[in-house]
Design a protein around this ligand. Structure first.
Ligand code: PGA
Length: 269
């Protein structure tokens, strides 16, 4: 399949505000035992700020990448309670979530703040995972595409399309997050394709290489059908990432799909 020439699966566990030191350690120890170095699948965990140092130490040389769930768009200064990209980089992070729907809705993050955070991540040498998605009401009103376009274009205009070469996008139908509802693979594929189309209006090569994750109740039992879709390049997984057995299963499904569909010489179909 063509995408494996240019895009590797990324399976990311968004731990949200969960876990104690004991739980985070147990989860990571389990993942470490099961994660294999893979040329087709990148494994990423996104613990809370307070568990990042612990996670970094526990990961050691294992093939697991580390990321954070948010940052503040400044380098240093009087910003009580905030954490900068530079600090995240210093502690061993490679990735950071930007504009997760819970931050947009619960914390009221605006389009412009999301863009500032995106740029701050890049300036700190982190890969931003830009989260975009629509609510159930917006979907029912037929606003999905216009909303996704608005969320994307706002960052493209502010940061420049070229910066997307170092970014990842996560499509998160807000109505499917933590609800047990999942977009059907076909519904998700349609939106992922649309996201790639919008990017292609600015830069076709970046669009082709962009890793677009699906986030919204991806679990061990629906991962295979979602990951088999041509424009779905991995998952941003909340609930199921806290359960080592489920997360490991999703990783092995991704590895299996990548192996089965890995292109043979001359096959770019
Ligand atoms: P969920 O969360 O898998 O629990 O729906 C996904 C996310 O918000 O990252």
């Amino acid at each position: 399949m063509w995408r494996f020439f240019v895009r590797k699966f990324l399976i990311a566990g968004n731990w949200k505000m969960h876990g104690s030191i004991t739980e985070a350690s147990a989860l990571l120890e389990n993942l470490k035992q099961n994660t294999i170095a893979s040329t087709d699948v990148t494994t990423l965990v996104l613990p809370t700020f307070v568990h990042l140092q612990l996670a970094h130490e526990l990961i050691g040389n294992a093939s697991i990448k580390l990321g954070a769930q948010d940052l503040y768009p400044g380098t240093t200064g009087a910003f009580t309670g905030e954490v900068s990209g530079r600090m995240l980089k210093d502690i061993g992070c490679e990735y950071v979530l930007i504009g997760h729907s819970e931050r947009r809705t619960i914390l009221g993050e605006s389009l412009s703040l999301v863009s500032e955070k995106f740029k701050a991540a890049l300036n700190a040498g982190l890969k931003p995972i830009l989260c975009i998605g629509e609510t159930r009401a917006q979907r029912e009103q037929g606003e999905t595409e216009s909303l996704l376009r608005e969320q994307l274009v706002s960052v493209i205009t502010s940061a420049g399309i070229e910066t997307f070469a170092s970014a990842v996008i996560a499509y998160e139908p807000v109505w499917a997050i933590g609800t047990g509802l999942t977009a059907t693979p076909e519904e998700a594929q349609e939106v992922h394709k649309y996201i790639r189309q919008v990017l292609a209006e600015y830069d076709a090569s970046i669009a082709k290489k962009m890793i677009v994750l699906y986030g919204g109740s991806m679990k061990a039992d629906n991962a295979a059908s979602l990951l088999a879709m041509p424009d779905i390049d991995g998952g941003l997984i909340g609930g199921a990432s806290l359960d080592a057995a489920q997360f490991n299963k999703i990783l092995s499904v991704a590895n299996q799909i990548a192996t089965e569909t890995h292109p043979v010489l001359g096959d770019k179909g």
